[in-house]
Design a protein around this ligand. Structure first.
Ligand code: HEC
Length: 105
């Protein structure tokens, strides 16, 4: 009995570790639809001073979001973007990067 409990706990830990490492594009889509779409548009094409997000790989998007979150100045309109990244977790950024890079080619 004791050993089978340990097996179950071990399996649960392995599963949560896998989830922490694998990006979840569906979770990224949820954040995108509620926050990012307002400026970057439903297809990531952007408009006016809101840049297009299409054609970038996940690394690029992830790096940018990490820079905005850290308060670094990236482009001339950084003050519009930084507040959007402040509350993102590492996981949110990975999920958003996975979603944006696959959805907006
Ligand atoms: C209030 C409008 C607004 C919202 C909402 C917004 N952004 Fe932005 N975003 C901008 C602007 C403006 C820039 C360009 C900033 C600059 O000049 O550095 C930008 C830049 C970016 C870039 C860098 C693009 C590049 O080519 O380097 C990424 C990636 C990005 N946003 C992703 C997101 C994500 C993901 C969200 C949702 C969490 C989001 N944005 C929400 C306005 C917005």
């Amino acid at each position: 009995m004791k050993s089978s409990m340990l097996v179950i706990i071990g399996a649960a830990l392995a599963l949560s570790a896998a989830q922490a490492h694998g990006a979840e594009p569906a979770d990224g889509e949820e954040i995108y639809a509620s926050v990012c779409r307002n400026c970057h548009g439903p297809t990531g094409k952007g408009m006016a001073s809101f840049p297009s997000l299409s054609g970038n790989d996940a690394d690029y998007i992830g790096t940018r979001l990490t820079q905005y979150r850290a308060g670094e100045t990236v482009g001339p309109n950084t003050p519009l973007m930084s507040p959007m990244a402040v509350d993102l977790s590492d996981e949110d950024i990975a999920n958003l990067a996975a979603y944006i890079s696959t959805e907006f080619q």
